[in-house]
Design a protein. Structure first.
Length: 344
């Protein structure tokens, strides 16, 4: 009631047609401006938003979802089992990926939801128009489960058993890892170890393939010692110390996880070795662990920002009805050469 005792009349709800008329565009252009699903000029977008603000219009997500059958949300599944274990700083690589996906979604005006396990019944109802699966395993059942439900999928890194799935973008591991091994400056017959992770994904598989080929070209006998992603810092140090004690220390060593850097350096120190004087070191991911180490460690930056941007772009293209790419895309990693591989 107002002060005169009369029931106050609700103001009429501003509609998308009102905004279109005020901005001098079609209703579909207003819709595209808010959804980000079609390319429109920045000038037109600003005119639409200015008119919407002036009229007090806001898009109704529930109505839009009922009308279009879309939630304007995409899901993100991080497949590596140890992506979010331990202290937050130990997950820096995956923090970069998930944060970059979130930023890219925000830039494009769509929502993002993290989905721990879409195969679980209580996660199956998460509203999402499509799902990005990051670093899937070989023959990953997650891909099959979501495909069976009709959920559009983009793989951020390939399933190594199905590398030709069209809606896939990966990292050019072959080129980047080759650069890592070349940075060691190893001569013919020198002993070089590879300490890969244990998870069966494209990153670990490609590390093994690149290393084997690189060794063949230099008449080096491959020596692979798996360093599981599940190991604690103390367990990693103990494992590396035991390897050095049981085998003659190599001239160079490449390990997969940069978060293992402190453990590797402690194991070398306990054996009376130092880098790069006694042993040259490099790692297949870059993080604060490798950058802040003494000495700083030569590392491969996997360009997760580029991977995230490409994966979100692929998802939007798929949801917009685009044809599948003729081949999976690749982003370029960056080698950061540092003191740990420098020869005196």
């Amino acid at each position: 009631m107002n002060q005169m005792g009369h029931r106050a009349r609700r103001p009429a709800r501003v509609t998308i047609k009102d905004v279109a008329a005020a901005a001098g565009v079609s209703p579909s252009t207003v819709s595209h401006a808010f959804s980000g699903r079609r390319a429109i000029s920045e000038e037109t977008k600003e005119r639409v938003f200015a008119a919407a603000t002036r009229l007090g219009y806001s898009a109704d997500p529930n109505a839009r979802s009922m009308r279009t059958g879309r939630s304007e949300m995409i899901g993100l599944v991080l497949r590596p089992r140890f992506a979010a274990t331990g202290a937050p700083e130990s997950s820096e690589t995956f923090n970069r990926l998930s944060g970059s996906v979130a930023t890219e979604c925000l830039r494009r005006g769509i929502g993002l939801v993290h989905v721990p396990d879409p195969t679980r019944a209580d996660h199956a109802a998460v509203p999402m128009d499509g799902c990005i699966i990051a670093h899937p395993y070989a023959s990953d059942p997650m891909i099959d489960v979501l495909a069976a439900r009709g959920v559009p999928i983009v793989c951020a890194d390939p399933d190594p058993d199905r590398p030709d799935l069209p809606w896939t973008v990966g990292v050019d591991y072959r080129t980047g890892m080759r650069e890592v091994f070349d940075s060691l400056g190893a001569g013919s017959g020198e002993r070089v170890w590879l300490l890969p992770g244990s998870e069966d994904n494209a990153w670990n598989r490609e590390a093994g393939r690149v290393y084997a080929q690189w060794c063949r070209e230099r008449a080096i006998t491959p020596q692979v010692h798996v360093l599981s992603e599940s190991l604690s810092a103390a367990e990693t140090e103990e494992t590396v110390s035991r390897l050095i004690a049981d085998h003659r220390a190599p001239a160079a060593l490449v390990y997969s996880l940069s978060k293992s850097t402190a453990s590797v350096l402690r194991a070398l120190s306990a054996a009376g070795l130092s880098a790069p004087d006694d042993i040259r070191l490099a790692t297949l991911t870059d993080s604060s662990f490798s950058r802040a180490a003494r000495p700083p460690i030569t590392s491969l930056d996997l360009n997760h920002e580029g991977l995230a941007s490409a994966a979100v772009a692929l998802m939007i293209a798929q949801l917009s009805g685009a044809e599948p790419p003729s081949r999976p895309g690749l982003v370029v990693p960056v080698l950061n050469e540092r003191e740990s591989t420098r020869r005196s």
